[in-house]
Design a protein around this ligand. Structure first.
Ligand SMILES: [Zn+2]
Length: 315
C-alpha cells in the first residue's frame, strides 16, 4: 500500500521531471533465463516446503487505496471511502535442503514508537496512520524464539509497510526483490526514499531478480528448481511486485502480495485503488493470478492485507 501526498507538491516535482529510485542502496542483479510464462499445470515437487503465516499487526487503511472504488462492482456494492481494518503479515517457508526464507520482513521492535520510529520521515508518518497499529510480533524476536537461521527474504514489493522489520535482519541475508523494483525511477519515490533506505538498514544485501523478460511482463520462476516454490513476477502495484505459488503437502498456497490487498477484492476480482502505481498492469497481473487460481488446485489464497481465503470450502 501507499499514501496520498499533497497534490500541489507532486505537481511541482512532476513539472521539473524529478524522480528517483525507491532506495539508493546498491542492488545486485540475479539473472535467470529459466523463467516461463505459466506454471506447470500440476507441479510435482521433488521436495515440499513448509509454509507458515505470521500476523504482525492489525492496522487501518483507506478503502479507496485498497480497492478501485470506480470499478462497477465496487459501485454496485455501494462502497465508499472509509478506514478499512487490515493487517500486516509475513510468511516463513522452510525448504528441507535450502533452509528458511521469509516473504516480507515483518516489523522491528519498538516500531513506530521509540527511537526506531525515526526511521520513517514525518511526512510519511503523517500519512500512514501508524497510531492505529496494534503490534503482535516483531521480526528479530520471532526469528530468535523459533531458532530460524534465515537464508533469504523475498519482498512482495518495497512499499514501507513491507519493509518495517528489514533493519533487524542480519546484513548477510539476501533481500530478493522483483524485476525493476529498485531500478525503476519514479517521482513519488522522492518522498519515501529516505524512509525506505533507513528501514532496509545499513548495507542491505539487495538482490533484484531478472527473469530474462521485459519488466512489464508476467513471469514464473521455479526458484529452487524442484517445483516446490514459484516466484511470480506480477508487475503493476509496483514495478517489481511479486506473488508466490507454493505447492505444499497440505495443498497449494497462493500469496498475492499487494496485487490484491483484500478478501473482497480477490472474490470480486477488483484491483487496488490509489495505492497502486500502474492500474492497467495491476489488472493484467490480478487476472493472471485469478486464472492461476482457477486452474491450479489451491487450498489457500493470501490477500496482501487481510485473512487468508480457504478455497476448498467454497467448492
Ligand atoms: Zn502493503
Amino acid at each position: 500500500m501507499f499514501f496520498r501526498t499533497n497534490l500541489s507538491v507532486l505537481i511541482v516535482f512532476y513539472i521539473f521531471g524529478l524522480s528517483c529510485q525507491v532506495t539508493s542502496h546498491k542492488v545486485t542483479p540475479y539473472v535467470s533465463n529459466s523463467s516461463s510464462e505459466t506454471l506447470p499445470l500440476s507441479p510435482k515437487p521433488k521436495s515440499f516446503v513448509e509454509f507458515q503465516t505470521i500476523k504482525v499487526a492489525d492496522w487501518e487503511a483507506s478503502l479507496a487505496g485498497l480497492l478501485d472504488l470506480d470499478d462497477p462492482k465496487a459501485k454496485s456494492a455501494g462502497l465508499k471511502d472509509r478506514l478499512e481494518p487490515i493487517a500486516i503479515y509475513f510468511y516463513v517457508i522452510k525448504h528441507p535442503k535450502y533452509g528458511s526464507f521469509m516473504i516480507d520482513s515483518g516489523m522491528g521492535e519498538n516500531f513506530p514508537k521509540g527511537e526506531e520510529g525515526s526511521r520513517v520521515s514525518s511526512i510519511v508518518e503523517s500519512q500512514m496512520h501508524f497510531d492505529k497499529l496494534k503490534v503482535y510480533e516483531t521480526t528479530k524476536a520471532y526469528l530468535i524464539k523459533n531458532k530460524i537461521d534465515l537464508k533469504g527474504v523475498f519482498f512482495t514489493h518495497l512499499h514501507l509497510d513491507h519493509t518495517l522489520g528489514a533493519y533487524e535482519i542480519d546484513r548477510s541475508v539476501p533481500f530478493y526483490v522483483g524485476p525493476g523494483e529498485v531500478t525503476t525511477r519514479q517521482f513519488i519515490n522522492l518522498f519515501v526514499q529516505g524512509s525506505t533506505n533507513r528501514l532496509l538498514g545499513e548495507n542491505p544485501n539487495l538482490v533484484q531478480l531478472d527473469f530474462g523478460k521485459s519488466e512489464s511482463e508476467i513471469a514464473v520462476l521455479d526458484f529452487f528448481g524442484d517445483q516446490s516454490f514459484y516466484v511470480l513476477s506480477v508487475p503493476g502495484h509496483t514495478p517489481g511486485s511479486l506473488a508466490f505459488y507454493i505447492p505444499a503437502k497440505e495443498g497449494a498456497h497462493l500469496v498475492l502480495g499487494d496485487t490484491c490487498h483484500t478478501g473482497w477484492g480477490w472474490n470480486e476480482n477488483v484491483t487496488p485503488g490509489f495505492f497502486t502505481t500502474d492500474r492497467k498492469l495491476n489488472r493484467k497481473s490480478l487476472d493472471f493470478l485469478k486464472g492461476l487460481g482457477a486452474k491450479q488446485n489451491l487450498k489457500f489464497v493470501y490477500p496482501g492485507h487481510q485473512e487468508r481465503i480457504l478455497i476448498s470450502e467454497k467448492k
